[in-house]
Design a protein around this ligand. Structure first.
Ligand code: MN
Length: 297
């Protein structure tokens, strides 16, 4: 008799609420929300859009600081531009990922591209905040920008489920992004008729956020629908089953840090003293500033 890795069952379902962010764009946010302040090590999950902007409408998040964690931006549609106090600037297009370790502190802006602002268009994507352990909160800021073409993809033998592996590994594909702590970040598309099980380390806390259609999870086949996040219980694998119309989800997992969390807006530290220090450092300019050359617009 063969033993099958224990399948994780859904332990809780949280429905994302809508919230206004940055310069006024709307996100769907399953974490933090009532009853789910954090899903250690994940501090925040924001789904931006999908929204179709008319010309002149698109807004982003102008200059703001971060300290003590990582921001992971994954664009599904649209074009976002970013600039920061360390001199990085660039654009993220459909399928691209930016994994930014804010660490000791950075000031950045995240805005729709000029073309998008002028002509309008669709914006859809995610920003996930990954907490850093105390020993890394003041690490040197780091950027990893991975264009869509470099994100490994894989599919099940029957082709009914496909994955883009941003972090971790699945179906034999291994992510190119290096993470400070073990993290799984995967974008799964699951068609009707799919039924497969993928391993997920037992020491990880895991969740699935469905952002299109619906899917069934676990041996219990719990339905999880668009805008819902399923917290997965203990086990060593995740079982997905497709439903008519299919579904798409982010599978996120990581080893819980189990440390105190003190958060204040864009700063996430371990104590209120460290938060006060972050505010002082920001206000006194110790997180730097974005150097801009004169803009034509
Ligand atoms: Mn930011």
């Amino acid at each position: 008799m063969t033993t099958r890795p224990q399948v994780r069952e859904v332990s809780k379902i949280v429905t994302a609420h809508k919230q206004r962010e940055g310069g006024g764009f709307i996100v769907r946010r399953p974490v933090p929300s009532l009853g789910m302040q954090l899903c250690d090590p994940f501090l925040l999950i924001d789904e931006m859009g999908p929204v179709d902007y008319r010309p002149g409408e698109a807004v982003g998040a102008p200059d703001h600081p971060h300290r003590g964690f990582e921001t992971v931006t994954y664009v599904l549609d649209g074009e976002l531009e970013h600039e920061d106090s360390a001199g990085h600037r660039g654009a993220l297009r459909a399928g691209d990922v930016q994994w930014m370790t804010a660490g000791a502190g950075i000031i950045h802006s995240e805005e729709p591209s000029r073309a998008l602002r002028e002509r309008g268009g669709r914006v859809h994507g995610f920003q996930v905040w990954v907490n850093l352990p105390a020993r890394l909160k003041m690490t040197t800021p780091r950027y990893q920008e991975i264009p869509a073409a470099k994100i490994p993809t894989a599919e099940t033998p029957d082709g009914k489920a496909r994955v883009r592996v941003v972090a971790g590994q699945a179906l034999g594909a291994r992510a190119v992004i290096d993470t400070h702590t073990p993290i799984v970040y995967q974008d799964w598309s699951i068609d009707d008729g799919a039924d497969f099980t993928t391993p997920l380390p037992a020491d990880h806390q895991a969740l699935a956020y469905v952002f299109q259609g619906s899917v069934r999870l676990g041996d219990e086949e719990r339905p999880v629908a668009d805008g819902q996040m399923a917290i997965l219980g203990p086990g060593e694998s995740v079982r997905f089953r497709g439903v008519p119309g299919g579904g798409r989800l982010l599978l996120l997992a990581g080893v819980p840090l189990g440390e105190p969390v003190a958060r204040y807006g864009p700063f996430v530290m371990n104590s209120e003293d460290e938060i006060a220090q972050a505010v002082r450092d920001y206000q006194s300019g110790r997180m730097g500033e974005i150097t801009r050359t004169a803009k034509v617009d």
